[in-house]
Design a protein around this ligand. Structure first.
Ligand SMILES: [Zn+2]
Ligand SMILES: [Zn+2]
Length: 545
């Protein structure tokens, strides 16, 4: 029951001949209806998530961390799910705003802002403010606007370098994660790397923050019709709220996933239309100075989300097999984004995207990119294989072709710190990437020499919890697959690395189960329940039914 007709999504229009104004009006109409549908899905997700979070149901389903559950099962970050639940909770005590949202009067962004600022006494005033102000102006009025998980101020760091330096970068990130005992983001890893390097080579660094771009002036868009958007609710999504029982984590998991699938279908359509809208710069037809402003004001979604949708859509055009899998819901949003850099090389990646856990997929894609940099074919590895690091020292040291990039996005202070470290290590007159290479060589050398890296079982399992989808790297325990009390021996085939939560509250409390032979033939059952199959069954990180 898509709101956009198939021929509009088919992208067969010859853009040289389109009437821009007509095209703008038509696409805007569809986009607003899609945005409205997406907002309804968010509200449903938020209400379901509230119950899920309050009951800490991810534990009952066998996941140590909320984020591990949300990424693997819902293709969302923990922060996004928490934000959806927060808005849903606030709306319970703000009936006028909830009604306005239900009537299609408020976009998701407006609702999110009002849910933060308004109280039961002030909600009518806030509603009036929202009606005759731009989203940007409304944001300025909300004293502490909620940090939109999509949209916090970040800077992008990017450095051209030879491929071997990027190989070093990936190695340094992996070591930084091991040292920290957690799945650091790229930005966090860059910070740790810079801090380690600077502690060895103290040098004056310029820690002034880069100057911010001046804010765009607030303007009032041309009148393009701001009536409420009335669209059919995506099939069955609202019904997800009516079914019981709410106390069953497994049933709630199913409903969250159903709402998420509906949302992905909408996201795909939005991506297709936004791509045309951005390419033709149709925001001008509505008097907006930029496509970002159009998206924020008119659709009530964040500019970052819109950019991600368009980027994915462009990528999927080049990889039709992946595009079909994403459209059909067989491959989730996060999985499609993960596999995109290698999917053009080999269709086998599309199948792989649905076969293994997300954490394994991320590792496999990183491994394949490393191999591609080294001139090897980036086909998917065997899903059970240990991913051997590419040997960078073997490579011709002399190759100084700048064929790769090191990039990450981080808070401005982190970017400044990282640059400072590269500068401190750069030989006089050398390009910045040489400083980067020296920094990475230094930190890798330091971290590899740490005595913590000698336990043979932990080393074999890559210094992380072996339970599928778990990203824990701290408080690692050595578990005997066949218990010692049941006659299990002390051989390495009977021992596996698990985090403290999965060991004590997962395995030994009966929420998950492991049997088989370590490291590659352990069968995991996650989310055990009486009389029915577990939530997930895997061999290593590969799903089995
Ligand atoms: Zn144990
Ligand atoms: Zn774990």
């Amino acid at each position: 029951m898509d709101v956009v007709p198939a021929e509009v999504l088919a992208d067969t229009v010859d853009r040289r001949y389109v009437d821009r104004d007509l095209c703008a009006l038509q696409l805007d109409g569809y986009l607003r209806r899609l945005a409205r549908q997406e907002a309804v899905c968010r509200r449903v997700l938020g209400r379901l998530a509230r119950t899920f979070l309050a009951g800490r149901y991810h534990h009952r389903l066998g996941f140590a961390r909320l984020g591990d559950y949300t990424r693997e099962r819902l293709s969302l970050s923990a922060r996004e799910v928490q934000e959806l639940a927060r808005v849903a909770e606030r709306l319970e005590s703000l009936p006028a705003i909830a009604t306005a949202f239900a009537a299609g009067d408020l976009s998701w962004t407006q609702t999110r802002l009002l849910a933060t600022a308004a109280t039961a006494d002030s909600e009518h005033e806030w509603l009036a403010l929202a009606r005759d102000r731009t989203v940007r102006a409304l944001e300025a009025l909300v004293a502490h606007p909620p940090a939109d998980p999509d949209e916090r101020r970040r800077l992008r760091f990017s450095l051209r370098c030879p491929r071997r330096v990027r190989g070093r970068w990936r190695q340094a990130i992996e070591l930084a994660r091991r040292m920290a005992g957690s799945e650091l983001s790229l930005a966090q890893a860059a910070e740790v790397i810079a801090a380690e390097a600077l502690s060895a080579a103290p040098a004056p660094i310029d820690d002034r923050l880069p100057r911010e771009a001046p804010p765009e002036p607030i303007d009032t868009p041309a009148d393009a019709g701001w009536s409420p958007v009335d669209v059919p609710i995506p099939e069955d999504v609202e019904k997800l709220l009516e079914l019981g029982p709410w106390g069953d984590p497994f049933a709630l998991d199913e409903r969250l996933r159903a709402a998420r699938r509906a949302m992905q279908r909408i996201d795909w359509q939005m991506g297709v239309l936004l791509r045309t809208f951005f390419d033709l710069r149709l925001h001008r037809a509505f008097g907006f100075p930029s496509a970002s402003r159009y998206v924020a004001e008119r659709l009530g979604i964040s500019a970052r989300k819109a950019r991600a949708l368009v980027a994915l859509e462009r990528g999927l055009r080049r990889t039709p097999a992946l595009g079909a899998a994403y459209r059909g819901g067989g491959v989730s949003w996060l999985r499609a984004l993960t596999v995109l850099p290698v999917a053009t090389a080999d269709d086998a990646w599309v199948a792989r995207a649905g076969e293994v856990t997300l954490r394994r997929l991320v590792a496999e894609v990183e491994w394949a990119l490393d191999r591609r940099d080294a001139g090897l074919p980036p086909a998917p590895p065997s899903p059970d294989a240990t991913l051997a690091p590419v040997e960078w020292q073997m490579r011709a040291r002399a190759d100084e072709t700048l064929g790769a990039d090191i990039t990450f996005t981080a808070a401005p202070s982190v970017v400044a710190l990282f640059r400072g470290a590269l500068d401190a290590f750069r030989p006089p007159g050398a390009p910045l990437w040489k400083g980067c290479e020296k920094v990475l060589e230094h930190v890798c050398g330091e971290w590899e020499a740490q005595p913590a890296h000698r336990d043979p079982v932990f080393a074999r399992d890559g210094w992380r919890c072996a339970v599928p989808a778990c990203t824990s790297r701290a408080s690692l325990h050595d578990h005997h697959v066949v218990y010692r009390s049941a006659g299990g021996d002390n051989s390495r085939e009977n021992r596996v690395t698990v985090c403290a939560w999965h060991h004590l509250r997962g395995i030994h409390l009966g929420r998950i189960r492991a049997h088989g032979v370590a490291p590659h033939a352990i069968i995991w059952e996650i989310g055990l329940r009486r009389g029915r199959p577990p939530l997930m069954r895997t061999v290593g990180d590969r799903y089995v039914s």
